[in-house]
Ligand binder design. Structure first.
Ligand SMILES: NC(=O)c1ccc[n+]([C@@H]2O[C@H](COP(=O)([O-])OP(=O)(O)OC[C@H]3O[C@@H](n4cnc5c(N)ncnc54)[C@H](O)[C@@H]3O)[C@@H](O)[C@H]2O)c1
Length: 398
């Protein structure tokens, strides 16, 4: 079989998202980092040292580099649409971080730009790429457990108290847990429920005046085929659902209960938004507080909190090590091999789309539908009534 040369990736935005994808890029031989762009000089300097590759101060210059085949766009949400359009105009394929964008008009413009340029777009990483979620989908597709009837997803984290840029605390600018965290949870529920959400009813909570964006929500989704789902999220840093995930954290890492409250404690000494924003940058790649990620081979699969899929003949529960199956009379566990490369599922899909010209699961149309559900969640909470949807799509070929 012909072996393909590694996909040459240029990175736009060397911040936290890049830090989380870095173990994947370093360890997956199917990709190679060949350039980067970030306005932060210290991040660019570290990139040049680590990869002996050029860095640029603008996305435009990065996209003009002929070495770059795919642009990984990991800049703040509000720039995704503009940066995807720049990449497409230069004929580059795109891997763009979640959320795809802040508005549906931006999503549509991104789709139009990539389609017109004939380049591929994959939206992720989102936790719907996680192997246990994909394996649960495959179990559903096997038909052995009957139709999906109900989905339950919960996640309690300290999201709101991690260091933030000012706009991350302003909903209209893309801040809060709906834009950043519901994207993961809704994407997982759509993948498991088939994709086409018919209506959304939701409540949101913004309970901390010092961080006045949404920190929590509960939503009820109804799918086209009558299945329904509940999604619950709190980022207020009190209860931690990782307690119910065998004390394994979101990144698949072992987590100590003694670290409870660490995020709030770290923030307590900071008084100014500028200090908080600076703390975020200092903890990122190239910053003086940056800690390179631990060897990822020791980790289990990443997860986004407890999920239960209730089918006619069984309940399926993805965990960070496999999928637990509860049938009428038996309970069994299907283990998955430990990931050698974290988030390699993202590279699987990128390679499938760019090199093998297969349709993306996490395509622009798919991610626009997830953004539509998230925006409907905000609208439902504001207007106190259910919202219907119009941009929903199913899984490829269905
Ligand atoms: N999938 C995940 O697990 C995950 C995790 C974190 C963030 N994200 C997503 O990644 C995106 C970035 O979030 P973050 O937390 O990494 O933010 P961040 O502030 O840590 O990093 C953003 C980086 O982009 C750079 N940047 C800003 N404007 C730029 C421009 N015009 N051109 C090039 N670089 C620019 C900044 O200097 C910074 O280094 C968001 O959309 C977020 O939702 C995804």
């Amino acid at each position: 079989m012909k072996t393909q040369a590694p996909l040459r990736i240029g990175v736009a935005g060397l911040g936290r998202a890049f830090t989380l994808m870095l173990p994947t890029f370093r360890r997956d031989a199917r990709v190679q980092l060949v350039a980067a762009a970030d306005p932060l000089a210290q991040a660019c300097a570290q990139f040049e040292r680590d990869f002996q590759a050029p860095s640029y101060s603008s996305v435009e210059a990065l996209c003009a580099d002929p070495q770059v085949e795919v642009v990984y766009i990991a800049t703040p949400h509000q720039f995704h649409a503009e940066h995807v359009q720049i990449a497409a105009a230069h004929g580059k394929h795109v891997l763009v971080e979640k959320p795809m964008a802040i508005t549906l008009a931006q999503c549509t413009a991104m789709l139009a730009a990539t389609q017109a340029a004939g380049v591929a777009m994959v939206v992720g990483h989102s936790h719907s790429f996680n192997a246990p979620i994909l394996h649960t989908r495959a179990l559903i597709d096997s038909g052995a457990f009957g139709a999906v009837r109900m989905l339950t997803a919960l996640n309690f984290t300290d999201f709101l108290y991690r260091p933030r840029r000012p706009e991350e605390l302003v909903t209209e600018a893309g801040g809060g847990v709906i834009h950043s965290q519901a994207t993961h949870q809704i994407d997982m529920l759509r993948l498991l429920g088939g994709g086409r959400v018919r209506s959304v009813m939701a409540h949101t909570g913004a309970w901390d005046p010092a961080r006045p964006t949404e920190g929590a929500y509960q939503a009820l989704l109804t799918f086209d085929d009558g299945a329904f789902a509940s999604a619950t999220y709190s980022g207020y840093g009190h209860f931690d659902t990782d307690t119910w995930m065998d004390q394994i954290g979101e990144m698949g890492q072992a987590k100590s209960a003694h670290d409870h409250g660490a995020a709030r404690k770290r923030l307590a000494d900071l008084r100014l938004a500028t200090e908080e924003s600076a703390l975020k940058a200092r903890r990122n790649y190239g910053g003086d507080l940056y800690i390179p990620p631990a060897p990822a081979a020791a980790h289990d699969h990443q997860h986004f909190g407890p999920v239960i899929v209730s089918c006619d003949k069984a309940d399926l529960r993805p965990t960070s090590t496999g999928v637990e199956i509860f049938t009428d009379t038996a309970r069994r566990f299907e283990p998955l091999p430990r990931p050698l490369v974290p988030r390699s599922e993202v590279i699987d899909e990128l390679i499938d789309v760019v090199q093998h010209h297969r349709p993306a699961v996490h395509s622009g149309a798919w991610a626009r539908a997830t953004t539509e559900v998230c925006l409907a969640l905000l609208a439902s909470a504001k207007l106190q009534r259910p919202q219907t949807l119009q941009w929903q799509v199913g899984l490829p070929g269905r």
